[in-house]
Design a protein around this ligand. Sequence first.
Ligand code: NAD
Length: 494
Amino acid sequence: MKSYRNYINGRWVEAKSGRRTQSINPANGEVLGEVPLSGPEDVEEAVAAAREAFRSWRLVPAPKRGEILYRAAEILRERKEELARMLTREMGKVLPEARGDVQEAIDITYYMAGEGRRQFGHTVPAELPNKWAMSVREPIGVIAVITPWNFPVAIPSWKMMPSLVLGNTVVFKPASDTPILAAMLVEILEEAGLPPGVVNLVFGSGEEVGEALLRHPGVDMVSFTGSVESGVHVATMCAQHGLKRVSLELGGKNAIIVLEDANLDLALEGILWSAFGTTGQRCTACSRVIVQRSVAKKLEEMIAERAARLRLGDGLLETTDVGPLIHRRAVERVHRYVEIGRQEGARLVLGGEPAQEGELAKGSFYRPTVFADVRPDMRIAREEIFGPVLSLIPVDTLEEAIQVNNSVQYGLSSAIYTQDVNRAFTAIRDLATGIVYVNAGTIGAEIQLPFGGYRNTGNGHREAGQAALDAYSEWKSIYVDYSGRLQRAQIDNQ
Ligand code: NAD
């Protein structure tokens, strides 16, 4: 069994406490490796290394920083299959989706490598004669990157690649459930030529390592992806400990609207992919179908018929459609929500129980589950379940569908199936989510556009695309007066 270590100041080191924990395959309980269980003393060293490295990394010309990222993208591409296979084993998603996770990291790494030669600022006319006005991006400093387990390669890459190309340094605390992928990603950054201290990796729990990062005065920004509950805590701590910059990407309760004029066969494919892909463990997973009443029964039958045929199993097997949940606690949590749905009076159409026959008993499997006759005020229609549970909510009109979509605390992704261009554009305008799809499901974002959500899905920042540069840089506005005399803005030009 392979043993992994923290990566601090360019060296692979044990946690000071000597404590270790294991990474487990959720499909069968296989032990994949051992990682350190670090504490605040390891964070101390990692932050010190990142602070020291920041002094020189910020002065490395951005095109050179971009070249290192380009090499990292090339290595990611070469090692894609190896990473994807380990990703399936460590996180559980089926292999084609694991390849997609790695591909997303490759895409963002190439994209941000290119930003080494862009990072555009603005040059604008000054209002006074013989005066120059422009703005440039500057790095923020040391960024703590705290990530969840559901996209163990893509999400850390979304955060680290823009941070690095802008001249920041990083202390990375990955999710406790997917440490091996984090180690592999950092190995690749090391091999690509990042100088010591620019990226540091500290394994451990949110309570110990995460918490120490939130409190540390040497951390300038926290970039966090996880649940709303954790996000509120992160924001509070960052405010109290030096008013740190903070970027939050939180949960979702995403809906697909199906209107009566929709191509139902197409909608069915989008619903199955969005609801049961990654076993429903995506922040953009579809957990609500808001359907016009006249086609509700037909769509329900179509979904139930197809979802019943989805095959559960180890994600490495080609025969598997749906992999495991991340661990047993997740199975229990999903099941609690199913019980709540029943008690609330929703009609269980399919599933509703853990899957434990044969080989499945070794893992954390839950049957694809469908509820019908769900009311928008039920908890299963409002709270993030993060599992393969879909609620069908009947409505009468497009306006009602949009209102139901917008009525939850989350606002990440939404979709509408219709063949009517007027209704499609009305929905594009009125759906209050950071991402809107027309005639496609709620998952499938590309890295060249902003990724993030309205309301409690975040705090207004976006990952990916040009928007990511805003999250990880400060603007500096520069005025150069070459008139040789005092010129007073807003006064001397009147
Ligand atoms: P989580 O909030 O439990 O944990 C996320 C990370 O925060 C982990 O690394 C964890 O160790 C750390 N953490 C926990 N408590 C902490 C604390 N007190 N201080 C510092 N760090 C702490 O979330 P999860 O279960 O790993 O992930 C699932 C959640 O992530 C879902 O809500 C999902 O919607 C969300 N998510 C959002 C996006 C997005 O981009 N919006 C993407 C993926 C996942």
